[in-house]
Design a protein around this ligand. Sequence first.
Ligand code: ZN
Length: 349
Amino acid sequence: MQNKTMSSEKYKEILYTIPKTEIHLHLEGMASVDTIWSLINKHNLKIPGIKNRDDIIKRFQVSNLNDFIDLFLNVIQNCYREEKDLVLQMDDARSYLKRNNIIYAEIFFAPSKFLMNGFSFETMMKYLDDGANRIKKEDGIEIRFLIDVSRSFGPENALNNLNLIIKHKKNSIIGIGLGGAESKGPAQDYKEVFRIAKDAGLRVVAHAGEDVGPESIWASINDLGVSRIGHGISAIQDKKLMNYLRETQLPLEICPMSNIFTKKYVSSYKDHPIREFYDHGIYVTVNTDDPTIFGMELIDEYFNLLDNDIFTLTEVFDLIKNNLYATFLTAPEKDKLWEKMEKVINKYK
Ligand SMILES: [Zn+2]
């Protein structure tokens, strides 16, 4: 490791000490094994292949995006049987954010499966909103939600989700995201949903170029008018798109370990295009996607980029700053947080 001028512990300590933000993070992706196991017991659930706590740990070892979506929808989300169970989920989120010294997070919440299980959108959002307020009050951590309208269940379901968001407007909900199975739901199908969302003053983002080629990223830009791209790693195949991303500075929410886990385009840090994006002048941010599922938290993500000699510590500071300035906070709010972060960063420069 060229960066090895300090011990791994020292690097991790520095990465912990700096207050950070995260913008690509799924609420259920912060679920702990203990929460899932306690919900299975609480509701006496029979989930195929899961008889004990160790089976959950094994099930978390996914090797492609569709396995991951199956785990997400059929195991994790399936364990939540009443809206109140989301309190445990918010507690897991709080633990994750505190462990990584994340002071502001924009978190995806995917309500479709819960709505199909009979949950009320309004009650769910009340638990999430109350949780976010409690975390703000007790820990000083700010949380905003982006509702994942999902490609997995079609445009009609997405429109239904959007209507619920508009009807039950909460301050903590700032926008929508398009997640789910990228190969099954082309962005073009969601054009109308995204137009209505923007007209309603919501921010819009989309997962794209995670499991499908650059055409999916172009469609998210041209048809959905997104403000950020989730992943975007297949952009590396399209020089014109690389140049477009550099010129527009449209942020990419890169989640290196998630891409390595799902193995669509990369299988190691060395294959990951993050460095090429950065060198090309593209706006790059680093995120975890689903930290407890992948066993890879935000500090680990930054540390691994150092440990694999992909970025220097000074460049990691730059990535931490990029993440803050790609949030949907207002410019004065960003500057205020940056002041706090820079004070710590300057100690290590
Ligand atoms: Zn994601």
